[in-house]
Design a protein around this ligand. Structure first.
Ligand code: ZN
Length: 135
């Protein structure tokens, strides 16, 4: 893959143009991937509550137009020359190689919520026969 260049790639997503807007198909240009990037063809995307906060500018830092959603699954279409762990054709999320055969449609919505719930459980050694919450 080429190093940084001035090429751009046509892309599309469902965008919001302000905090009151509804999703609208949005065509835009992305910079060309460089040697450390992976270009993914996105097949499925979940929306988490952080996306909703950003969409509605509830954290007062939103930038529009916005294509929310970071819980994506898809297939690697281009891999930079400095990327060693992912190959073209791998199924991915954020960029983690997913096991072969995993249902991408069912995986995408679980990613952000699953990770943000799972990480504290790991950190606090929550496991079988552990109670979470108050008595
Ligand atoms: Zn999220």
């Amino acid at each position: 893959m080429a190093t940084k260049n001035s090429m751009s790639i046509a892309a599309k997503g469902y965008a919001l143009h302000d905090e009151q807007a509804k999703f609208d198909l949005f065509n835009f240009q992305r910079r060309a991937p460089d040697e450390y990037d992976i270009m993914i063809e996105i097949y499925f995307c979940g929306i988490c509550h952080s996306d909703i906060h950003q969409s509605r500018n509830e954290w007062h830092n939103s930038i529009y137009p916005m294509v929310p959603g970071h819980e994506i699954t898809g297939i690697a279409k281009m891999v930079g020359s400095s990327v060693a762990t992912i190959q073209v054709g791998d199924a991915e999320h954020f960029v983690c190689k997913l096991p072969n055969g995993l249902d991408l449609a069912k995986t995408a919505p679980l990613l952000c919520a699953g990770i943000t719930s799972y990480a504290p459980f790991q950190e606090h050694n929550v496991g079988p026969n552990t109670r979470v919450g108050y008595d």
